[in-house]
Design a protein around this ligand. Structure first.
Ligand code: NAP
Length: 429
């Protein structure tokens, strides 16, 4: 075994970084044996130097992250600061100064993955980011490496633990959104400002990363259709139950049937209870992958948290260190297919639409005509009437999203339709 240690610079020592530092210290011998050389924590950049950080020697702490990545003797920079800047500049500076990078930063990778890959390649360095999607769950490496000989057609997953916890509470206890969010906040599953989670920005970033890797093309955050889950109601769960479904916030990346384009979207959807993703409870994550030769695969586990995420980070550190000892680099960006990303309007799926209508003869025929005029074929209709008002629940066959939007717009204009109570996509059938 080589005796000269490989040097690791840690940028950020918060929820994830502190666990990376702890595991590096407590498992130093095992990591050295697996890599073939010792790994040494050479510096830890933070914002607040005076904060007590148990287990991290005070002399390693610095507020000058730029100087740390410019040292020239660093082998691996672990970026667990988060956000776009200064993370982006620090990563590119690390490449320029001869270090490889391991990052957990989904927001940055979804926005600027291509330019970061290019910088890594230009300087002959590695860029690894297993922890950026679904925390501890091995997913990026299986997609990038294990399935590199197959053709992936669909990736559908629950990639945000906070929203899965909230939806699971609504499902099991009948709670409304606000009540379930309060419980998630009290238990530490939701942040004080939950916008990134509940409005699905976090899941959209992960969908962009997954789609790019799965389909060997570039998919940016802006390409991902995004709908949050704040409008999901207890009534939606009741409707889902009547259909033998539950509701999940799903990230769905698909290759078009003709193979000529891809789509990426994140939105709440009904999913049959028989689907493996329906049984993903609490704050767990799971990703369901459909590949031509492999068939259906499911990846499941803790999608966040300091220790689980640090596990994924350290797996990358070991891989990058091994590459350095072999004077090699791992797989770079694979975006050779250059497939266009289609808009949401072109996505084809099923819909569950709940309408408040006047309870009088001919309404059902009027509504059915609007669906037919827009080319949306109806699968089932359920009507319940009381005191001159009625609710009409329509479930469609597969139709383009644009056709459904046109249908709903026309329905709203009917005198007999008092309101559109909810529209929910139905997936996984
Ligand atoms: N938490 C999770 O469960 C999880 C899961 C998957 C991926 N991730 C990703 O991992 C990354 C880190 O998340 P986290 O939860 O560990 O965040 P965090 O707890 O907020 O920690 C951020 C760390 O970065 C440091 N920092 C902030 N700005 C800095 C700057 N300008 N220069 C140097 N250090 C700076 C902070 O210093 P101070 O300690 O002094 O404030 C802190 O140590 C993010 O990209 C996140 O998306 C997190």
């Amino acid at each position: 075994m080589r005796t000269r240690p490989l040097k690791v610079a840690l940028l950020g020592c918060g929820v994830v970084g502190s666990e990376v530092a702890r595991i590096m210290t407590t498992h130093a011998d095992d990591l050295a044996a697996r890599i073939g050389a010792p790994v040494e924590l050479a510096g830890v950049a933070v914002r607040r130097p005076d904060k007590v950080r148990g287990g991290v020697p005070a002399e390693l702490i610095t507020t000058d992250a730029t100087a740390l990545v410019k040292r020239g003797d660093i082998d691996v920079v672990v970026e667990v600061i988060g956000g776009i800047e200064p993370a982006r500049t620090l990563i590119t500076t690390a490449f320029e100064h001869g270090a490889s990078v391991v990052s957990a930063n989904k927001a940055l990778l979804a926005q600027d993955g291509a330019s970061l890959y290019a910088a890594a390649e230009q300087h002959g360095q590695d860029l690894y980011y297993e922890a950026a999607v679904a925390g501890a769950i091995p997913l990026i490496r299986p997609l990038r490496e294990s399935l590199a000989g197959d053709k992936i057609n669909r990736v559908m997953g629950i990639v945000n633990g906070t929203t899965n916890f909230i939806l699971d509470k609504m499902d099991t206890s009948g709670a409304g959104y606000s009540e379930a969010l309060d419980e998630a906040t009290a238990l530490g599953y939701a942040e004080a400002d939950p916008t990134a989670d509940v409005e699905a920005f976090d899941a959209a970033a992960k969908a962009a990363i997954l789609a790019g890797i799965a389909f060997h093309t570039r998919v940016r955050l802006d390409d991902v259709y995004r709908e949050g889950m704040t409008e999901v109601t207890a009534a939606d769960f009741a409707s889902a139950k009547e259909m033998g479904c539950t509701i999940k916030l799903l990230a769905i990346c698909e290759r078009a049937a003709d193979g000529g384009s891809v789509t990426a979207r994140v939105h709440p959807a009904m999913i049959p209870l028989s689907h493996p993703l329906a049984s993903v409870r609490e704050a767990y994550n799971a990703v369901f992958v459909e590949a031509e030769a492999a068939g259906q695969l499911m990846f499941y586990g803790p999608g966040a948290g300091g220790s689980p995420t640090a596990s994924a980070v350290l797996g990358d550190v070991v891989a990058v260190c091994r590459n350095r000892l072999n004077e090699a680099t791992g797989p770079g960006e694979s975006a050779y297919t250059q497939l266009p990303v289609s808009s949401m309007g072109e996505v084809v799926t099923r819909y569950h639409i709940s309408l408040d209508v006047a309870d009088k003869p001919g309404v059902l025929a009027q509504v059915a005509t609007v669906f037919a005029e827009h080319g949306v074929s109806i699968d089932t209709v359920r009507q319940q009437g009381k005191d001159g008002e009625a609710s009409l629940v329509v479930v469609t066959h597969r139709a383009p999203d644009a056709a459904l939007s046109g249908t709903v717009e026309a329905l709203r204009k009917l005198d007999t339709v008092r309101g559109v109570a909810s529209i929910m996509r139905v997936e996984g059938e």
